[in-house]
Write a protein that binds this ligand. Structure first.
Ligand code: GAR
Length: 198
């Protein structure tokens, strides 16, 4: 066990931003515990103090920070989130179901070190309701994408994708649930490759 702890300390520190249940967060945490994973999560931050992932983070011994965005200007909220990241020592930020658009200043400061997971095969279906849009269009596949965050929404350079077949009778909810399995495989691999490359 002491050896495993020392290995963790050598890993690249990452902060994760969430807004909701945090299943991608869970996948990122448990992948980080594998010996050959290059990152460790040092902070989970949220704009939603009720986000389920905050409880998981605490239980797993990871620092948390929560600040509701209501009543705050975007730049003000971004600055508070960023201050928590800087205090944690994180060198990368991973957005995992963070349902707030980040301001251009923060995005510029973290260029190349800020990643997002999106539930579609980008460039198809940036924004919301991705699964409903894929089904309505008659697509054969939905899927997920991990990309670097740039000023334009869901449009940064792709780091990886997994296509997920749309089956007869799929609803947005059933497709979303299956795409989540793919997300959980994809995100840790892409994040690992990114931090290992720096
Ligand atoms: C995931 O499907 C993620 O791709 C999506 O929110 C869900 C969060 O689930 N993100 C976006 O739509 C960002 N535009 P989780 O909280 O269980 O990880």
């Amino acid at each position: 066990m002491p050896d495993a702890r020392r290995d963790q300390a050598d890993k690249v520190p990452v902060a994760v931003f969430i807004s909701g249940s945090g299943t991608n967060l869970a996948a990122l945490i448990y992948a980080s515990r594998l010996p050959d994973c290059a990152y460790r999560i040092v902070l989970v931050a949220s704009n939603n103090p009720a986000a389920g992932g905050l409880h998981l983070a605490s239980a797993e011994g990871i620092a948390t920070f929560a600040l509701p965005h209501r009543g705050l200007a975007r730049a003000e909220h971004d600055s508070a989130m960023e201050a928590a990241v800087l205090a944690s020592g994180a060198r990368f930020i991973a957005l995992a179901g963070y349902m707030r658009i980040l301001g251009a200043d923060l995005v510029r400061r973290w260029a190349g070190r800020l990643v997002n997971i999106h539930p579609s095969l980008l460039p198809r279906y940036p924004g919301l309701d991705t699964h409903a849009r894929a089904i309505a269009a008659g697509d054969s596949h939905g899927g997920c994408s991990v990309h670097l965050v740039t000023a334009e929404l869901d449009a940064g350079p792709l780091l990886g994708q997994i296509a997920v077949a749309i089956t007869p009778g799929d609803t947005p909810a059933t497709l979303a649930a299956r795409v989540l399995f793919a997300e959980h495989q994809l995100y840790a691999r892409c994040l690992n490759a990114l931090v290992a490359d720096q």
